[in-house]
Every structure is written in structure tokens, then in C-alpha cells.
Design a protein around this ligand. Structure first.
Ligand code: HEM
Length: 461
């Protein structure tokens, strides 16, 4: 039934629809095709057919957990050598998924989050110290670089009691460089025919092996230190090492712990860093929105030097700014769904068991029937409680869907809202008027080359 799904007009044998594609920006390339071909379309690459979906009705049907489930494909599958059967890359049928999910879920409960709050504040303080110094010296700040420092330190501290010293380094920590290397490599693997990959990407594959080695060694060092010290403060690593499954009594194996630590260090910071960076871009681009958000922070936090856990949840408008940024640029920009059994998608497209489609979230989030003809416009008021209630379900999916949706959602939202609040309270954000948003891709999205000039505001000590 594929013939009923539109595809690009000019096809090349073997290469299919990849010619003319921008292999450094595959997601934005897919967005272009989406605009030209409509809510469901297919692209051919290396003899395989890929189906892309972004229409609201189709995406909502794919969210039906009784008929569809996560598919580990493309970018996610390419990360298997790095993250194995860790939570993010595990196949649905792998027993370690349920085991790790049940053991780690309490690490994301409300109580656990409240416990991380003080550590998140401490890391944010390192960021503002750094930004104060840059500001005083008359320098601009490197937004994606510094947001990555912040989010890496946050997950390392709260999850693993570890300090990478990111703010004390001029260049990214080697862990970050290795991580970016593996993400970029996983993305590149999609742009060459599988069997030819070893040949075409020989040098890149060698670098990738070195990167993976670095990630493994970092993680092994971190785990060994914890085993020596005999336990942290009940953080994620303690859970991974010591907690038995509440029903079966089973524990994670040493090999699986390694995969989980890598998974959480990477998944726990890369996407949040992008989300914060896009939000700061939009705040700097729209001073009237920043002013409204800042007024809320001043009102809700008053002159409390350090906001409490509950005071973060009260920043409703700041949270809407974040949601709206994740609408336009969901930093993990796609997820794949497969049919659990033979079924018909949205009453229209027959799918055999195991057949799958990729949901293009940035396009779903711009679907004109849901978001209006002005969907490209940045407007946080799309996320007032009334506006959210008025929209059909499953139309905003930056954290994926169903059983395999993001386990770190509340963690990311709390951290990002807290940090945006602190930065809005402390600085006016000035963007070079000549800056044009360009989005870099390494499976995740990031505003490229974004720098801001800061002005200090009078704030509590
Ligand atoms: C899964 C997005 C932050 C850990 C996912 C998925 C998405 C996503 C879309 C589903 C992927 C799929 O269906 O294939 C995001 C975004 C974040 C964020 C946009 C920040 C704004 C975090 C944080 C953590 C985390 C802070 C950890 C502390 C994970 C894990 C999974 C996951 C472990 C796999 C869950 C499972 O399959 O059981 N995330 N994430 N993420 N995320 Fe996040």
C-alpha cells in the first residue's frame, strides 16, 4: 500500500532520494520534504523505504499504545554500540528495559526531584559566576557551550555525585567531545549505504571507536570510585548499583550499569542544553516576552536569594516560554513507532506487524490545523491552560510518547525553568541584531553560534 504515500519526484537508483540532501542537516531536510509532500510521505535511501508522518490525526493514531510501540531504528539503532540495552536504546522485548525502568523510575519521583533542587542551584551558581565574569570583562557568552557545561554538571552531580569541572575549562570536556563525536557518527551512518559504511567512513569509524572507548573509560572510572567509596546519597548511580527490583529482586548487571550511566550522562544533558539555548535565543529575540517573564520571576521569587523547589513550579509563564521553544525546536526531533500487529493507520494506511514510521515532531508542532497559519510565530500563550485544553491530545510530543517516553521530563523541565528564572532575574539578554538562527544537528538540535551580550540587573546577593 506504499504506492498511496507521496514521495519526491526524482529518484536515483541505489541512492534514491538522498541526492541533493544536506547530510549535515537531515532533520531540516526532512522538514523541507514534509512541507512539499504533506502529512505522510516516504523517502527512499539505499534500497529502503522510510515513512515520515507529521499530520496530527496520523501522529495521534501512532500514539495508540495498544497497536503501536517504540521502534528502535535509524539514529537510535545506530547508538546501540554506545548505549546497548540501556533505557533509551533497549528493544521493547529486552528484559533489561523493564528491570531498569522499574529500578530507576523512583529516581525521578517528586521527592527525588526535590532532593536534586539544591544541587541544581549550586551548579546554576557556577554558571552565573562564569557569566558575571564574562560580563564584567565586556565579553559575550557562548550560549550552547555554557548550557552544555551547565546541564552536564547538573546530571553528573545529581545522578552520579561527579564533577567534570566544565566551568574551569576553556574547551569542552573530553567527555562532551567524545559524546558529540558518537552522536554525529550515528547520524552520519544514516547517510551512507549500510554495507559500504566501513569503507566510506573508515577514518570516522576509527575516531568513533576511540570516542566510545573514552566514554566507557570515563564511566568505568566513575563506577569504580563509587564502589570504593561505598555509596553516595541515594542518587541514580546508587540505584543502579544497589537497588533490587521490588518484585523480582533482580539487580542490574555490571555491563548494563555501564550502558545506563552512558545513557543518562548523554540523554540527561544534551537535549536539555539545546532546549535552554533555544529558549534563550527566543527570549533575546523578543524583549517584550523576556520582560513579561522577568516580571513574573521578580513577582514570584521576590528577593529570596535562592528560590525553593516549589517556587520554580510557580513560574508559569517561564515554563510556557520553554514549552513554546520545545514546540518549534524539540531538541530530540523525531521518534519512531512500529505496528505491534497488522493494522491500518488512521483508517487509511495498512501496516504489517513490525512496519514502522518516523514521527517528525518539529512538523507535528507546526501542523496548521492544530497550531494555526501562524505556527512559525513564537508565542508562549499557546500554552495557557485554556489553550492546551482546547487542543486535541497527542499534538505536543517533545518528550515522545507512551511507555517509552522520556523518563527525565520533569527533571529537564525543573532544571531548565530554574535556570531561565535565575538568568532572567540577573541579566538583560542582548542579541546581535545580525544573528540569524541556524540549527545544527547531531541527532539532537542546537542553535549554532549563538552568543549573547549581558547587562547586569540589581539582584539579591
Ligand atoms: C527518552 C526527549 C531530557 C533521559 C526520550 C524520548 C524523547 C526525549 C523524545 C523518547 C525517544 C524515543 O521514543 O525513541 C527529551 C528532551 C529532553 C530530555 C527534549 C530535554 C528537554 C532528559 C533527561 C534525562 C532523559 C534530563 C535524564 C535525566 C531519557 C531516557 C529515555 C528518554 C533514559 C529513554 C526512556 C525509555 O525508553 O524508557 N527523551 N529528553 N531525558 N530520555 Fe529524554
Amino acid at each position: 500500500e506504499l504506492h498511496r504515500i507521496p514521495h519526491p519526484p526524482h529518484r536515483v537508483p541505489l541512492l534514491g532520494d538522498v541526492l541533493g540532501a544536506d547530510r549535515h542537516r537531515p532533520l531540516q531536510d526532512s522538514m523541507r520534504f514534509a512541507r512539499a509532500l504533506g502529512p505522510i510521505y516516504r523517502r527512499r535511501a539505499f534500497g529502503k523505504e522510510f515513512v515520515f508522518v507529521w499530520g496530527a490525526r496520523l501522529a495521534a493514531d501512532l500514539a495508540d499504545e495498544s497497536r503501536f510501540a517504540k521502534h528502535v531504528g535509524l539514529g537510535v539503532a545506530n547508538l546501540r554500540p554506545v548505549a546497548g540495552d540501556g533505557l533509551f536504546t533497549a528493544y521493547n522485548h529486552e528484559p533489561n528495559w523493564q528491570l531498569a525502568h522499574d529500578v530507576l523510575a523512583p529516581g525521578f519521583s517528586r521527592e527525588a526531584m526535590a532532593g536534586y533542587h539544591g544541587m541544581m542551584l549550586a551548579v546554576a551558581g557556577r554558571l552565573t559566576d562564569h557569566w558575571d565574569r564574562r560580563q564584567a570583562a565586556g565579553h559575550t557568552v557562548d550560549v550552547p557551550g555554557d548550557m552544555t557545561r551547565l546541564t552536564l554538571e547538573t546530571i553528573a552531580r545529581t545522578g552520579f555525585g561527579h564533577d567534570f569541572g566544565s566551568f574551569e575549562r576553556d574547551r569542552p570536556h573530553p567527555f562532551v567531545t567524545a559524546m558529540v563525536g558518537t552522536l554525529t557518527y550515528a547520524q552520519r551512518l544514516n547517510s551512507v549505504p549500510g554495507p559500504l559504511a566501513p569503507l566510506l567512513l573508515r577514518a570516522a569509524a576509527r575516531r568513533n571507536a576511540a570516542d566510545m572507548d573514552h566514554l566507557n573509560r570515563t564511566v568505568d572510572g566513575l563506577v569504580a570510585a563509587r564502589r570504593r567509596s561505598g555509596g553516595g546519597e541515594g542518587d541514580l548511580l546508587d540505584r543502579m548499583l544497589a537497588t533490587a527490583h521490588p518484585v523480582t529482586g533482580e539487580k542490574l548487571s555490571a555491563e548494563n550499569v555501564r550502558k545506563q550511566v552512558i545513557t543518562f550522562l548523554v540523554a540527561g544533558h544534551e537535549t536539555t542544553s539545546g532546549a535552554l539555548s533555544f529558549a534563550l535565543y527566543y527570549l533575546a529575540r523578543h524583549p517584550e516576552i523576556a520582560a513579561r517573564a522577568r516580571a513574573e520571576v521578580d513577582r514570584v521569587w521576590g528577593d529570596t536569594p535562592l528560590p525553593g523547589y516549589e517556587q520554580v513550579a510557580k513560574l508559569r509563564y517561564v515554563r510556557r516560554v520553554l514549552d513554546e521553544s520545545l514546540r518549534l525546536w524539540p531538541t530530540a526531533p523525531a521518534f519512531a513507532r512500529e505496528a505491534r500487529q497488522d493494522t491500518v493507520l488512521a483508517g487509511d494506511h495498512p501496516m504489517l506487524r513490525g512496519a514502522w514510521a518516523l514521527v517528525l515532531t518539529p512538523m507535528l508542532h507546526r501542523e496548521p490545523e492544530v497550531w494555526g497559519e501562524d505556527a512559525e510565530r513564537f508565542d508562549p500563550d499557546r500554552f495557557t491552560a485554556a489553550a492546551v485544553r482546547a487542543r486535541p491530545p497527542h499534538t505536543f510530543k517533545p518528550f515522545g510518547t507512551g511507555a517509552r517516553a522520556c523518563i527525565g521530563r520533569q527533571f529537564a523541565l525543573h532544571e531548565a525553568t530554574l535556570v531561565l528564572g535565575l538568568l532572567l532575574r540577573r541579566y538583560e539578554l542582548r542579541l546581535d541584531p545580525g544573528y540569524r538562527l541556524t540549527v545544527a544537528e547531531r541527532l539532537t538540535l542546537m542553535p549554532e553560534g549563538l552568543r549573547l551580550r549581558l547587562e547586569r540587573r540589581p539582584v539579591p546577593p
